[in-house]
Design a protein around this ligand. Structure first.
Ligand SMILES: NC(=O)c1ccc[n+]([C@@H]2O[C@H](COP(=O)([O-])OP(=O)(O)OC[C@H]3O[C@@H](n4cnc5c(N)ncnc54)[C@H](OP(=O)(O)O)[C@@H]3O)[C@@H](O)[C@H]2O)c1
Length: 238
């Protein structure tokens, strides 16, 4: 549990738009000591008070270099992610799943593994992984994303098992539909990125290991105890 964000130096991945931009902006508003906004194109990180850094989470060499450069980081928010539709009937299904896993799972692992020693050196810290209600749900076309977020949930739990004894808080954040480019084609209702970022940061500061932002996430987690947890009936964000 932290007192606040005043002493925290935070790296946010995918900070140029959507939820990542909202996280970075909210952290500046909360008085974080420093906020590094990581993006594939750092020139697209424009929020006042955010220091842009270049990072593609699928580029392991760049991740390693950045972990050396940013030795002051005490918190990482693994937010960067992609959603690509995939069905078992698509010829491309294996390629799409590999691609989504490379970003949503392997990218999250690579950034966490590179920065964990930094956090420990700096006296402990926080890794927060942006997951989804989809971590627990299945639905036609959602195969790649759901598999990646379910795997990233297991990754988050396993990171916690290893890092918590070293003083690193590892938090999983789950939300339903958020009003960003990723869900532009979904009519809604949707959560605002700002409300998700603020609710997550508040719960993380209170020491939460799991944040269920909305009713959809809470119901998805409960539904996972059923034999066939599905999106049907769970499509309201509020
Ligand atoms: N939107 C939702 O309904 C929803 C719900 C639950 C969870 N989430 C999760 O929230 C996170 C943010 O999503 P969003 O809704 O803000 O999506 P978004 O608007 O599509 O933004 C995705 C962000 O991830 C970045 N990104 C993608 N691949 C990357 C890579 N290889 N390296 C570095 N950055 C990369 C993008 O950068 P570029 O600009 O370079 O593409 C962009 O900044 C994701 O993990 C997503 O799965 C979203």
């Amino acid at each position: 549990m932290i007192d606040g964000y005043e002493d925290m130096t935070v790296l946010v991945t995918g900070a140029n738009r959507g939820l990542g931009a909202a996280f970075a902006d909210a952290l500046v508003g909360l008085g974080a000591k420093k906020v590094y906004g990581a993006a594939r194109d750092p020139e697209t990180v424009r929020a006042p008070g955010v220091t842009p850094v270049r990072l593609d989470v699928t580029d392991r060499r760049r991740i390693a270099d950045l972990a050396q450069e940013l030795s002051d980081v005490t918190m990482v928010i693994n937010n960067a992610g992609i959603h690509q539709r995939a069905s078992v009937f698509d010829d491309t299904v294996v390629d799409v799943v590999e691609s989504v896993m490379r970003t949503n799972l392997v990218g999250t692992l690579a950034v966490s593994a590179a920065f964990a020693p930094r956090l420990i050196e700096n006296g402990g810290g926080i890794i927060a992984n942006m997951l989804s209600a989809g971590s627990w749900l299945a639905g036609p076309g959602n195969l790649a994303y759901a598999v990646s977020k379910a795997a990233a949930l297991s990754l988050t739990n396993n990171l916690r098992a290893e890092l918590s004894p070293r003083g690193v808080q590892v938090t999983a954040i789950h939300a339903g539909f958020i009003d960003t480019d990723m869900m532009a084609s979904f009519p809604g209702p949707k959560l605002s990125p700002r409300e998700v970022a603020e609710a997550a940061l508040s719960a993380i500061a209170a020491g939460a290991q799991e944040v269920l932002i909305d009713e959809m996430s809470r119901r998805a987690k409960a539904a996972s105890a059923q034999p066939v947890p599905a999106f049907a009936g769970l499509t309201t964000a509020g």
